[in-house]
Design a protein around this ligand. Sequence first.
Ligand code: TMP
Length: 212
Amino acid sequence: MSAIGANLRGKFIVFDGTEGSGKSTQARLLRDAILKEGTVEVALVRDPGTTRLGERIRQIVLDPENAEMAMRCEMLLYMAARAQMMAETIAPALQSGNLVICDRFVSSTLAYQLGGDGLTADEIRRVAQVATRGIAPDLTLLLDLPAQQSLARVGREKDRIEQRPMEYHEQVRKNYLAQAAADPAHFRVIDAMREPEAIHADALKALTEIAR
Ligand code: TMP
C-alpha cells in the first residue's frame, strides 16, 4: 500500500452497519494501518460513547431495564451522546488535522430510529444538524450482511436494541442500504460476510479514493 495517511489529515471516516458486522474490528485495523505509516494522527471513537457523559448515556439507552423508553427519547439520547462527542473529541481532532475514525454515527440513527413513533428522516437530520453543528463524515463505510447472520454473531447477552425482533433488524439493514444508494459520493457498501482481511483491503481502497 502506498502512503495515504498524509492525504487523510482532517478527514472524518465512519464505519457503520448492523450488529456483528465487524465495525469495531475494522475501525481498529484501519487505525493501526494508518498509524504504521506515521503520517497522520488518528482519533478512534465510538458512537454512542467515547466521552464520560457519552458512555453514561450509552448505558442508559442499551439497558434492557429501560423498556419504557419512548422512541423520541431514544433518538434524542443518541444525539445527546453524539453532541458531547462532537464537542469534546471529534471537532477538536479534525481541527488539529487528525484523521477521525468513528464506529457508527448519524447514519445509525437514520437506520435504527427511522419510522419509530413516526420519526422521519427529515426530523432526524434536523436534530443531527443541531447535535453535530453540521459536521458530517467525508466517507461512511457500510459493512453489510443479512440480519440473520448479523444477530447470530452477537456473542454476549443481547442489549435493549439487539433484543428487538428480526423484522426490525431486517428493516435496519434496508434503511442503511437506502442511505448508501441515495448518496453514493459519501457511502461505500462493503460485503461483511467475508474474512476481516478482505474487508480491510476494501476499506483501504475506498480511503485511497478519497485521499487523492
Ligand atoms: P454498537 O453495536 O456499535 O455497540 O452500538 C450500540 C447499539 O446502539 C446498537 O444496537 C445500535 C444502536 N444504535 C442506535 O439504535 N442508534 C444510533 O444512533 C446508534 C449510534 C446506535
